[in-house]
Design a protein around this ligand. Structure first.
Ligand code: CP
Length: 343
């Protein structure tokens, strides 16, 4: 049994094989319409979602399976406790130690979305809920965004890049952007990890105090060294755009001041909002964002509505990659089936 929870557990060849399957599914959406016949899959959300919820639900249905969406702790089902040994006299009515095995008796795979609480990075980084799911589950677990990673988003991102260019030696910029909240680091972490694994030169433009987690940066550095590519970190949000082929816009919270919203100073916001002036410095770069996005705060209308933007293509690819991930964790991917047929 193999979970799909962290990019670091996979090689780039394995990730590209999942994307290859997604490419086939995009071309022939009905080609595996009974692959999950007779199976139910549980998608557990501890936080809101549009793309992830719909891509896994619609993807399961189009593979012939039965998607069950559980909104945990918000009226849909019980609030869950993840830690062992606690006295459960708070809001959580059920422990994951029972709930996850129960889901495993009824469902073929389980997805989990669990955002950080935003009070202590040391605590959030432990990924208590995701760890409990993988510990107690008897069926594969898919990470649908945790505190430190969003591997399903990264797969769709790489698929979108592959549709437009060969990523090897191309230039990838992750550009920090303003926001009203200190957002999680899952998407920026996974985006640069994926870009570095795919053999891209990686630049991160961020204000001082907004460095990504050192463990993520160490993996990105190692990947870039192994691929002979460059890794740059800068606080200059103008020159960072020069010659880029992909611009990934994203806001995230500061590790140095964890839980504190970014400055609302208009000059600071104007400096970091992604504009068409900045995009014109690139080599006709793609503009990417995982969505949802706040217009004219993170990125201006003329970028999102302009020729650079592939954000809707990127969102559509969540569907195809979600289907490919489910086939992968359930050992139903086409390559494996072909190999078993040839045995
Ligand atoms: N990109 C993404 O995961 O979107 P949702 O939060 O809407 O699922």
């Amino acid at each position: 049994m193999r979970h799909f929870t962290h990019l670091k557990d996979y090689t780039i060849d394995e990730l590209n094989a999942i994307i290859d399957e997604a490419v086939v599914l995009k071309k022939a959406p009905a080609s595996r319409s009974s692959a999950l016949a007779g199976r139910s899959l549980a998608f557990c959300f501890m936080n809101p979602s549009l793309r992830t919820q719909v891509s896994f639900s619609a993807g399961t249905a189009s593979l012939g399976g039965n998607p069950i969406v559980l909104n945990m702790g918000s009226g849909g089902t019980w609030g869950m406790e993840a830690l062992e040994g606690v006295v459960m006299d708070g809001t959580a009515a059920e422990h994951l130690k029972e709930a996850v095995p129960v889901l495993g008796r009824m469902c073929a795979a389980i997805g989990l979305r669990s955002f950080p609480a935003g009070k202590s990075w040391a605590e959030d980084k432990r990924e208590d809920a995701l760890s409990a799911f993988t510990k107690y589950s008897t069926v594969p677990v898919v990470n649908m965004e945790s505190a430190s990673g969003h591997p399903c988003q990264a797969l769709a991102d790489l698929m979108t890049i592959r549709e437009k260019m060969n990523p090897k030696k191309k230039n990838f910029l992750l550009s920090w952007a303003p926001h009203v909240k200190p957002l999680p680091m899952a998407v920026p972490n996974s985006s640069v990890e994926m870009a570095s694994m795919a053999g891209m030169n990686v630049t991160i433009a961020r204000p001082e105090g907004y460095d990504l987690d050192p463990e993520v940066m160490a993996r990105v550095k190692k990947n870039c060294e192994a691929n002979g590519t460059e890794l740059n970190v800068t606080a200059d949000p103008q020159t960072a755009f020069d010659g880029q082929h992909v611009v990934y816009g994203k806001s995230w919270g500061s590790l140095a001041e964890y839980g504190k919203p970014p400055s609302a100073d208009p000059a600071f916001r104007a400096k970091w909002t992604i504009s068409s002036e900045k995009m014109r410095r690139t080599s006709d770069a793609l503009f990417m964002h995982c969505l949802p996005v706040r217009r004219n705060l993170v990125v201006n209308d003329d970028v999102l509505d302009g020729p650079w933007s592939v954000v809707v293509d990127e969102a559509e690819n969540r569907l195809h990659t979600a289907k490919a991930v489910l086939l992968h964790v359930l050992n139903l991917n086409s390559t494996r089936r072909l190999q078993e047929t040839l045995k």
